[in-house]
Structure formats: structure tokens, C-alpha cells
Write a protein that binds this ligand. Sequence first.
Ligand code: ADP
Ligand code: MG
Length: 243
Amino acid sequence: MNAAPPAAAAPPLLAVRALCKDYGGERVFAQVDLHVARGEFVAILGESGVGKSTLLNCIAGLDTAQAGSVHIDGTDITALAEPAQALFRRAHLGFVFQAFHVLPHLSVAHNVGLPLLLQQRPDDERVREVLDAVGLQALAGRLPQTLSGGQLQRVALARALVHRPQLILADEPTGNLDPATAERVMDLLSTQVRQHGAACVLVTHSRAAAARADRVLTLTPTGMADLAAPCPAPLGPSPRAGD
Ligand code: ADP
Ligand code: MG
């Protein structure tokens, strides 16, 4: 009898290959490769205007790249027609937009609960739990226009996490927060990755936020670069003799 084949390495949850993006014939980035495993937290740094937000939009299928591919959990998101793509996003993605994109006529709680409602599984208890986690429980009934930038940022984060997505794309999610609140937000993202096996791609300018990631990469016009030793290596087993 044949032996069982060796277990194949799990495919990455996110596989971006040779992605190239132009706007009006002007190159933003080219040859971007990015693989992120389940349970992995990756931070992307890069100069302003290098295309970090554009890259996240292309990964989510909200923008179209000129070349390359994006697979999420084995699905080529760029090959899906728009309605299927929207359904795929609802089920698998949590997106923290840099500009928040909250709906102005909905209360904080209704904004946060929207991803659950769109999947026909409203869950007020879960909405309360996530609002509590971002420290906004007292503001659940308020309209977005009455909130500060930092509060809106936490609404955007709560909305991205409420449905426990497999892949979290977070665009500068701590950009408007004081250090203590930023730390709390990073704890929340980290918990979602470590305890629930989600994958997270975090775009940030904050070295403190990036230091929470498993890997730190830098987006450049010609591709993704590894940032060597972004922070002191965590304590771990000593190298084996002979290594
Ligand atoms: P980052 O997030 O790294 O600061 P962006 O992804 O926002 O950068 O932008 C990358 C580049 O693409 C910038 O030069 C920006 O001006 C340009 N850009 C972004 N969105 C558009 C658009 N919708 N149309 C044309 N150019 C755009
Ligand atoms: Mg940006």
C-alpha cells in the first residue's frame, strides 16, 4: 500500500504575485509579491505616495492592477465578476480604510453591525462586544458626525473585525490615535490574528505598530523589500550547535 503523501505546506491565505499598478500610464509600483499565512501579521512600511493604500485596494479588488494576480484562500479575486467579488469581500475580508468610510446616516452601532447584517446574521451582542473592545460602548447610539477622528478610526476598526474575517487589511489604523489607544487597537488586531487564526496586512508609519508584526516589509516602486531586523529579536531558543 502506498504511504500517505507528505502533508503539503498549507497554501498562504494571501498570495500576491507580480502585481503592477499604473494610474493614467504613470507607474505606481511593479513586481509586488506578498505571501501571508493564516495566523500571520505582516506590517508594510513605505514612503507617503508609494502606493500602500493602492496596494490594499488592489488586494481587496476595490482597485484594478494592470498585471499580476491576487489569490485569497485560493480564489483569484481579480477574476471574479463584481457581484461575486462583493460577496467574497463580505465573507472573507475586513478592511480598515485610511479615510474610515463610515456611513453618515447610521449610528456607530449600526455602522459596526453592517458586515453582519449584509451576511444576514445580525448579532447585537457581538456588536456590543467589539464596541467594548475599542472603548466605544458609550457612543453606540451616536452619529459619526459627532465623533472625533480617533473615535471614527475605532468605529472603522470595529466594523472590520465584527464578522471575524479571515483576512484583515488595515490602512494606518492607528494614525489618529494617542499612544495608549493605539496600543489597545494593536492588541485587538493581534488577538484576532493570534487567537482566531486570521491573517493581517497592516500599513503603517508607526514603528511601534510595525514592531507588533511577525514580519515588516517595505513597499518600494520596484517591489516589496524585507526590512532587516526592525526590532530586537524576541528571546527564544539558542541556535543549535553547528548552526
Ligand atoms: P500611500 O498610501 O503609500 O501614501 P497611495 O496609494 O494613496 O499612497 O497613492 C499612490 C500614488 O498613486 C500617489 O502618487 C497618488 O497620487 C496616486 N493615486 C492614488 N489614487 C489615485 C487615483 N484614484 N487616481 C490617480 N492617482 C492616484
Ligand atoms: Mg495611504
